[in-house]
Write a new protein. Structure first.
Lengths: 107, 114
């Protein structure tokens, strides 16, 4: 069965420090993985998808099939990165979301 | 381009009542999916409609139902409300076919069941 696990409910880092939000998945095929973000008083929106291998707002995420992980990383956290982050897996047009990690960047 | 619109934004119901929520997708989007968002469970998938057909359904009881109209607008209905149904209900639209996987979310309908 498809499942997405985000082990950290809350994560706090200081401004300028590296940040890593963990995501693990279980899926039998080739996964399509995404990170969605919800900033305060804004809608949930796509941050990045693994197939495009892009860096958005300084964030990157590498798919590690061996470890079934898709961790989100940024080398230097900014205050505007404070938000709720959801890892998601898409299978047959259906999305499976993790429970989310609330990131707080301390000035 | 107008975003996904959900109505009503807030509503309060009592146990046993029923509720209908509406979602208007982005123009040209044929897929609408619904999610229940709660602090402890995150986003849980309810169902997805594409061209008026339910393509996928999550693990929710039959009290939760939905439909999609020919203009792609969608409604979801919850009957015999329970206290545990209190949540933010999010709707998302997408192209639904040959697409990149991006969902466009509405602001949600916050349901409180007393």
């Amino acid at each position: 069965a498809q499942r997405v696990t985000q082990p950290e409910k809350l994560l706090s880092v200081f401004k300028g420090a590296p940040v890593e939000l963990k995501c693990n998945y279980s899926y039998s095929g080739s996964p399509e993985l995404f990170w969605y973000v919800q900033y305060s008083r804004q809608r949930l929106q796509l941050l990045l998808r693994h197939i495009s291998r892009e860096s958005i707002k300084g964030f990157t995420a590498d798919l590690n099939k061996g470890e079934t992980s898709f961790h989100l990383k940024k080398p230097f956290a900014q205050e505007e990165d404070s938000a709720m982050y959801y890892c998601a897996l898409m299978s047959s047009n259906q999305f499976y979301f993790g429970t989310g990690t609330s990131l707080t960047v301390i000035p | 381009k107008a975003g996904v619109t959900q109505t009503p934004r807030y509503l309060i119901k009592t146990r046993g009542q029923q509720v209908t929520l509406s979602c208007s997708p982005i123009s040209g989007h044929r897929s609408v999916s619904w999610y229940q968002q709660t602090p402890g469970q995150g986003l849980q998938f309810l169902f997805e409609y594409f061209s008026e057909t339910q393509r996928n359904k999550g693990n929710f009881p039959g009290r939760f139902s939905g439909r999609q109209f020919s203009n792609s607008r969608s409604e979801m209905n919850v009957s015999t409300l329970e206290l545990g149904d209190s949540a933010l209900y999010l709707c998302a639209s997408s192209l639904g076919q040959g697409w990149s996987g991006e969902l466009f979310f509405g602001e949600g309908s916050r349901l409180t069941v007393l």
